[in-house]
Ligand binder design. Structure first.
Ligand code: FES
Length: 109
């Protein structure tokens, strides 16, 4: 895999996120209260809401537009809602974060 550096975990507040723009899609990188990090497409499967602006709780985020809850681990909508966003492989090496670019190229095809 071609790992691309996107900064440090300390750049992201606890239970917060930051948005990483790529030529193929915008990615939301989340840091949970347990210091886990996840990268998913920054586009709610419901109507495209910006998940990076949602509320992080546990390993999930609530979309700011209509409150769908999306798993950060699987990208799937939880509860009664049906849909999913792409998850992006993310590596945490001693606090330095990398995402895998091949998957982004594939996502654009
Ligand atoms: S756009 Fe996310 S819940 Fe509607």
């Amino acid at each position: 895999m071609n790992w691309h550096p996107i900064g440090e975990i300390s750049d992201i507040p606890l239970r917060g996120s930051r948005c990483v723009k790529t030529p193929h899609m915008n990615i939301a990188v989340f840091r949970t209260g347990e210091d886990e990090v996840y990268a998913i497409e920054n586009r709610c499967p419901h109507k495209g809401g910006p998940l990076s602006e949602g509320i992080v709780h546990g390993n999930a985020v609530t979309c700011p537009l209509h409150n769908w809850v999306i798993s950060l681990e699987t990208g799937k909508a939880l509860g009664a809602d049906d849909g999913a966003v792409r998850t992006i492989p993310l590596r945490n090496e001693g606090g330095r974060l990398y995402i895998a670019l091949e998957s982004l190229v594939m996502a654009a095809e």
